[in-house]
Design a protein around this ligand. Structure first.
Ligand code: SDX
Length: 429
């Protein structure tokens, strides 16, 4: 808290005093909830200047390109921890010791299988449906199975739902892929790590036992960590708003998956690789840079720009290093798409338009190149993002639920429609 006061002087000379709060990191905030008593709303489409909640989970310094999970820098976590340690950190606020980690992983492993009935849902979908459509449906349908963990006011229920979601989303994600290619579902295995288990469920075949490439496993685990949480982004805000009504956690996470699907958000990784393929050759880069700058053209450079980062997205830096490792392991160091990506990044970072608007590569710029080299199809990229972000959504949802001042989210509006008028009979309209 702080004793700072902001004073708002209205056109009629009235002065409204608004209390302020100072964070541990970042911008001071002005508490405006009392404005409605003065017959006023604030107006902030897209929430450019609005802090919708208080949180202790993740912090971004967009100007410096810093991302902290519970105070730890993302590059240190990506290099020195695995995704299970990061999940424990986001959910509990501290990194686990060896015993805590073993207990956590064991509890996750107890929930990796899904009810066998769930497999029948898939048969109702077209094989060529986008896997994100299946994810929205099947994850939302988990609430039709787990009636014993839906009471959001019961801490045991909340924890059990959290573990069920963390453990089952990779299983469901792999099922979405296997269904789309007409291959049998692969059961999870508790002798494999989280990332290894996921890749095994994606690619193993009953006909021969082939363990996932350890370099791909390491890259997958790192991608999960880099995508785990990111303050109050669009999909996290969706999960918080859905949860504020008391909706069950499975329905809330399904709403987050739906929101993440958009190409301006989590859908950008798939859109970025499609764009790199459309560019195809470094000689065509100037044409696309020109289109990105043309206000009459809706084309945006996918994987570039960010609402908060006005510097390099620190996740993109880690991702770029990982891309070289994975492509080398996949024998694709001369991949023309990587060449296009590297040259596009170089040109864009020198172009005055991008420099002035502080548009840098974001987390989605390199992730598609890595996922593609691992053998994951483009339509599964956002599914991977949703898989990784589930721990962030669950952590933020839990923080919202236990917040003592929590109330249903219900924004107001600037109404510019018709004034009150009477209905005329149809023969007089
Ligand atoms: C994610 O919020 C999060 O944290 C999201 C995320 C997470 O982890 O949850 O980080 C994940 O969603 C990353 C972003 C992925 N999306 C893309 O890569 C799609 C391409 N990027 C743009 O759509 C855009 O940059 C956004 C949506 C990411 C950010 O949009 P903003 O903050 O609303 O910025 P803006 O649209 O107001 O752009 C500011 C200016 C505009 O020009 P002017 O109107 O000022 O003249 O920059 C231009 C924009 O036209 N601009 C771009 C551009 N991004 C912004 N111009 C060309 N190409 C781009 N990519």
């Amino acid at each position: 808290m702080t004793d700072k006061i902001a004073k708002l002087t209205l056109p009629n000379g009235d002065v409204i005093e608004l209390p302020m709060q100072s964070p541990t990191l970042g911008n001071d905030v002005i508490e405006i909830s009392s404005l409605v008593k003065n017959g006023l709303f604030t107006y902030d489409p897209g929430f450019m200047s609005t802090a919708a909640c208080e949180s202790k989970i993740t912090y971004i310094d967009g100007g410096k390109g810093i991302l902290l999970y519970r105070g730890y820098p993302i590059d240190q976590l990506a290099d020195e921890c695995d995704f299970m340690e990061v999940c424990y950190l986001l959910l509990n606020g501290e990194l686990p010791n060896t015993e805590e980690k073993e207990k956590f992983v064991k509890r996750i492993n107890n929930h990796t299988m899904v009810n066998e009935q769930l497999t029948y849902f898939f048969r109702g979908f077209r094989r060529d449906a986008h896997p994100m459509a299946l994810m929205v449906g099947v994850v939302g349908a988990l609430s039709a199975f787990y009636h014993d963990s839906l009471d959001i006011n019961n801490v045991e229920h909340r924890e059990k739902s959290a573990f069920r979601l963390l453990a089952k989303v990779p299983t469901i994600a792999a099922m979405c892929y296997r269904y789309s290619i007409g291959k049998p579902f692969v059961y999870p295995r508790n002798d494999l790590s989280y990332a290894e288990n996921f890749l095994n469920q994606m690619f193993s075949m009953p006909s021969h036992d082939e363990k996932p490439n350890p370099i791909f496993v390491k890259a997958m685990d790192k991608i999960f960590t880099l995508h785990a949480d990111h303050e109050q982004n669009c999909s996290t805000s969706t999960v918080r708003l859905a949860g504020s009504s008391g909706a069950n956690p499975f329905a809330c996470i399904s709403s987050g998956i739906a929101s993440l699907w958009g190409p301006a958000h989590g859908g950008a990784n798939e859109a970025c690789l499609r764009m790199l393929h459309e560019i195809g050759d470094v000689s065509r880069i100037p044409e696309f840079i020109a289109r990105a700058k043309d206000k009459s053209d809706p084309f945006r450079l996918m994987g570039f720009g960010h609402r908060v980062y006005k510097n390099f997205d620190p996740r993109a830096k880690v991702m770029r290093e990982s891309a070289h490792e994975v492509l080398a392991a996949a024998g694709k160091t001369d991949d023309p798409i990587l060449q296009v990506a590297m040259e596009l990044e170089r040109i864009a970072l020198e172009d005055p338009y991008f420099v002035e608007k502080k548009l840098y590569p974001n987390v989605d710029f390199y992730s598609g190149i890595i996922l593609s080299a691992i053998g994951i199809p483009m339509n599964m990229f956002t599914v991977i993002f949703a898989l990784a972000r589930t721990v962030g959504w669950v952590s933020q949802w839990t923080e919202m639920i236990v917040e003592p001042t929590q109330k249903i989210g219900r924004p107001r509006q600037l109404y510019t429609g018709e004034k009150n008028r009477d209905v005329q009979p149809i023969d007089k309209r």
